[in-house]
Design a protein around this ligand. Structure first.
Ligand SMILES: CC(C)(COP(=O)(O)OP(=O)(O)OC[C@H]1O[C@@H](n2cnc3c(N)ncnc32)[C@H](O)[C@@H]1OP(=O)(O)O)[C@@H](O)C(=O)NCCC(=O)NCCS
Length: 164
């Protein structure tokens, strides 16, 4: 398996994979593939990585800018992330996260935040101290990894593509 940046030829496969991965999830609103498309169109798809094996796209992760209490301090959001249903729980998601975080760090990011299940993301280094918030969500699901500077405190806001 090889992790690399998306190319224009991957766009349809990414949309398809994302829809297939989120379809069974009870928390999904079915908008994730559209969010990726809007991030790309809006210039907010900072990093888009695919996991490829024998020419097939098995996984994808997107990173985009976020603000905390309205301030852009080089923080990024992880997501949507998806792995082909038949290939989940084999380390593909973790490999995508690790590569994306490494690239963000190289680009001088302050850190990365996400909304998700702590069981999925703690192994990649994400945690919550309750200080980063998202709407009225339980802060255990608002997780972050700090690369430099202080741990963030305040309200997390994702790119406009997540809100339309
Ligand atoms: C979430 C997802 C991207 C994870 O990718 P994956 O390749 O299956 O995950 P990995 O095998 O790399 O496992 C990463 C970690 O998540 C854990 N994990 C994976 N799926 C899990 C699940 N359904 N429930 C609990 N933990 C899970 C693994 O045990 C592992 O933990 P560790 O780092 O402590 O060892 C994938 O399951 C997926 O596409 N899900 C559907 C879409 C989705 O829900 N995306 C995330 C929305 S927040």
């Amino acid at each position: 398996m090889h992790i690399r940046y998306e190319t224009p030829a991957d766009i349809d496969a990414i949309q398809h994979l994302t829809s297939a991965a989120f379809r069974p999830m009870p928390y999904s609103e079915g908008t994730e593939a559209e969010i990726i498309r809007r991030l790309r169109a809006g210039g907010d798809l900072t990093i888009s990585l695919v996991a490829e094996e024998a020419g097939e796209i098995l996984g994808h992760v997107a990173f985009s800018p976020v603000t905390i209490d309205g301030v852009d301090d080089r923080w990024f959001g992880l997501g949507p992330i998806s792995v082909k249903p038949e290939r989940q729980r084999q380390g593909i998601g973790k490999a995508l996260m690790a590569k994306g975080l490494e690239l963000l760090k190289e680009r001088g990011a302050s850190g990365c935040a996400l909304i998700g299940n702590p069981d999925v993301y703690s192994g990649a280094g994400f945690s919550s101290d309750g200080q980063l918030t998202y709407q009225d969500l339980d802060t255990r699901f608002v997780q972050r990894i700090v690369f430099r500077g202080p741990a963030p405190s305040g309200m997390l806001r994702f790119a406009p593509a997540f809100e339309n």
